[in-house]
Design a protein around this ligand. Sequence first.
Ligand code: SAT
Ligand code: MN
Length: 630
Amino acid sequence: MALTKNKKVLDFVQESADLAQPDKIVWIDGSADQIKALKEEAVKSGELIKLNEHLLPDCYLHRTKVNDVARVEDRTFICTKNKEDAGPINYWMDPREAKELANEIARGSMKGRTMYVIPYSMGVVGSDFAKYGIEVTDSIYVVLNMNIMTRVGKSVLNKIGKDGDFIKGFHAKCNVDAEKRYIMHFPEDNLIISVNSAYGGNVLLGKKCFALRIASWLGKNEGWMAEHMLILGVTFPDGEKKYVAAAFPSACGKTNLAMLIPPKHYTDLGYKIETIGDDIAWIRVGEDGRLWAVNPENGFFGVAPGTNEHSNYNALQSTKRGTIFTNVALNTDDMTVWWEGLTKELPEHVIDWTGKPWNPAKFDKKDKSTCAAHPNSRFTAPAGNCPCISDKFNSEKDAVPLSAIIFGGRRASTTPLVYEARDWNHGVFIGSAMSSETTAAAAGAVGVLRHDPMAMKPFAGYHMGDYFAHWVDMGTKIKNPPKIFNVNWFRTDKDGNFMWPGFGDNMRVLEWILKRCSDTPVDAEETAIGYVPKAEDIDLTDLDYEICAGKKFGVDDLTAILTVDKEKWAKEAEELEGYYNGTIKDRIPQELWDCLATLKANCKVEKKTPATAAEAPAKPKPAAKKTDKE
Ligand code: SAT
Ligand code: MN
């Protein structure tokens, strides 16, 4: 029975049903009984496998089709009336043609199936930041994941009310045919259509589709920002709290940074980290002229491989109850889950992510196709499970003020461990210049360096040049802007070993960042690219990291990863100029061209100066050895 009298909601549900022709329509009211019954039905049909109730209560395993394991960027479209508005980096389709194509594919596709209507909220229901959506889908997996990742049910319909607005989402699994897979966004119609996939980012329409692509469009028009950022809080020994948002591309360690456990030296001093979000931040200017951020999600859709007791204890704990695992391996000895990096010992009896018995003897660390769990296997875990979840996460007045914004990519060379922008516009420039190696989160080759401005390349729902201009424009509205930083945890030495330990030790960098944001900032070195720490200002107390056999991390290594090599940066600037001059050119704001000119001028190296050993061009390096998770 319909749970609302809102005509727009009823019309959308009816039009969807007329098109897909399901046998039955079920409204998701969010009640525990309804969710329980759906889980039982999914177990019966084989869509979910029930895991050990004692060890992993209320947890399930789901396997996608092998052709449907990641986001599909080349099948993801922004469908604006005007092609220019989608911009040159997004794939574009004419909205009328897109709808026709989708209708053709989806027509009658739910015959013999049930269509579920999911009312959901991004943000705490009823809070100032919240925005609402209705997703119709023929997948119980989608219902159950949306029920973890968002706030679902009748309370949302009550808030939408008789004539309130919402984002329409239509999802049909169809035959999961990769050739007919389309993820389409219609920002002018507040509509998302997804057909022929059943994988997370393509079908949980509240996440990347709404909370980033559609929301970034809304943010541009309404004067706020939707960003691909984690949010964390740091409590200092004197009790003061500061909040940070950080943008990294998918599968580059956002979940790890958001939940980091500081080294013992720091916890002994009284430092504490709390998590507000691990993937998406909605950010507005507050009355006090600061930026305030919320996490619109309600759960974590995290990368499983590499997650363990040591790398991310808090994430692992979050998966111990009420979690849906996707494409991980099944340990049949005790009906628990396993993935590469979870334990050192390989379990004996394992079914791999495709559902076949796995032979540990054939496992080759370097060959991803021998893995038991898919490299992009995921857990969908309730945020409330996280031991370090912030009390700000679920409150009605749920925003936190940002002291710092951090950008970061996966860069083997050139980019130092951390540096600070000179001002807001320079920070925007640094974000626009981000590039990172690709990961398994999206279909396609892994490890290829590509531009990924603000980690939003796959997620900005409009023209990238206008997106940069929006950042610049926001700067004029923020009286007390956060400081902007860039970090790189992924520098490698000539043998491909990671030069910085990462994980919990990133606290040492966070501390420096926040000390730069205090009223009496710690000193820094002004360089060609911005402010870099003095090596002695990064606290290395009790740091115990072996870069490679027998070589322990020392101050020399820190100095090496803080060094700014002007020659390499001159090349970086030249390459960036090529990128700017490519497709985005005409809409890049003047402020960013000015920053590029400054960078070029700062990096001019006198021709006569003989290159020192440190400045010699780098030899090609073998692939990094540590897990690609972090
Ligand atoms: O598949 S998702 O888009 O939800 C995850 C990611 O790629 O960040
Ligand atoms: Mn993400």
